[in-house]
Design a protein around this ligand. Structure first.
Ligand code: TXA
Ligand code: MG
Length: 315
């Protein structure tokens, strides 16, 4: 299949409306979209990514009003989050409409919904006839794509179209909050921190260790993730001391030890998040063997970075 790269929102939306798979930019990471009402198109997302079929997709809407097409049950807590954070880098888990295909939700009775704030994403979603189901636009297990070239490297020849936009400004996937149960629970850390969510809905809480083990609430959490080919070693704040190794790279907030060949020192945690996945991909292109990653402080978006780093380091 020939993959078309376009800057035209209208062209990309036309492909979606014809049942094709199209990658598009959002403020978090690029998404790999298809018409959420078209089962064949949804199957093609799973096969293009090599994604296990029991890992559900998030549905993207162009406005909070469009949520009604996928869920009729919006609890008060969700209304509060929608009011404060939609559009933005937040996904809410809600009870799903019977009309939403079980292929999208991997058979769950809940559905993830997000309304991106990225202007290209919103314009694109407005021109699509139905809400758009989309996971991150990477081969399963690889770092998420934060620019169109990363999407193209992973998925060229497997999808119909890439809607080209700027690099994703946040660089990490959305915060996920499960509002289908009381109290709401944080399933995935992101740019909107638990602390910020609690300012509006104070009872929101993280999953307990028990809950994490009993039922994988976010099925994706059990799969390996975010991994470049290079080995990831975590450094600093409670992790072992680091030393330079042959063909190694460093990303963090402070200066690296001696003897590192490729270095990215970020000025703050926001820049760290923005650069992380593209740095992983650059390291792979340059055949780096070990990436030393400094753990940022455990607050704000630092918590989301730490989560991604820990999972990337899992063997
Ligand atoms: O920022 C983002 O969220 C990006 C952009 C493209 O919107 N999307 C994204 O999708 O990161 P994905 O598929 O890579 O990650 C979605 C996560 C998966 O871990 C999946 O298991 C979880 O959301 N998820 C989806 N629907 C769910 C549901 N009904 N209940 C629990 N977890 C769900
Ligand atoms: Mg993903």
């Amino acid at each position: 299949m020939q993959t078309i790269v376009t800057e035209s929102v209208a062209v990309a939306a036309t492909w979606i409306n014809r049942g094709e798979v199209v990658a598009f930019p959002t403020e978090t990471v690029y998404g790999l979209g298809a018409d959420s009402t078209n089962d064949k198109a949804i199957e093609n997302i799973f096969s293009a990514k090599g994604r296990p079929p029991d890992n559900p997709l998030i549905i993207h809407v162009h406005s909070p009003e469009q949520i009604w097409e996928v869920s009729e049950k919006i609890p008060h807590t969700a209304e509060t989050f929608i009011h404060h954070f939609f559009p933005g880098p937040l996904t809410l888990i809600l009870k799903k409409n019977p009309a939403v295909s079980p292929l999208v939700t991997a058979g769950l009775l809940t559905v993830g919904v997000r309304c991106p704030i990225h202007p290209v994403a919103r314009a694109f979603l407005k021109q699509c006839n139905h809400p758009v189901a989309a996971p991150s636009a990477n081969i399963s297990g690889r770092p998420s794509s934060t620019d169109w070239k990363a999407v193209y490297d992973d998925l060229q020849g497997k999808i119909r179209c890439v809607l080209k936009g700027p690099q994703s400004t946040i660089g990490l996937e959305s915060t996920i909050v499960d509002c289908s149960e009381t109290p709401p629970r944080l399933l995935r850390a992101g740019a909107i921190s638990l602390e910020t969510l609690r300012k509006h809905v104070p009872e929101t809480r993280a999953l307990t260790d028990n809950e994490k083990q009993q039922r994988p609430k976010s099925p994706g959490l059990k799969y390996p993730h975010y991994s470049p080919s290079a080995r990831i070693k975590l450094c600093g704040s409670g992790y072992p001391d680091y030393k330079g190794e042959k063909n190694s790279a460093w990303i963090g907030l402070s200066s690296p030890p001696e003897g590192i060949s490729k270095i990215s020192v970020c000025k703050d945690p926001e820049e760290y998040a923005y650069k992380l996945f593209s740095f992983f991909r650059e390291c792979d292109r340059e055949n780096i063997e070990v990436i030393l990653c400094e753990m940022p402080p455990a607050e704000g978006i630092g918590l989301a970075i730490r989560d991604r780093l820990k999972r990337a380091a899992e063997e």
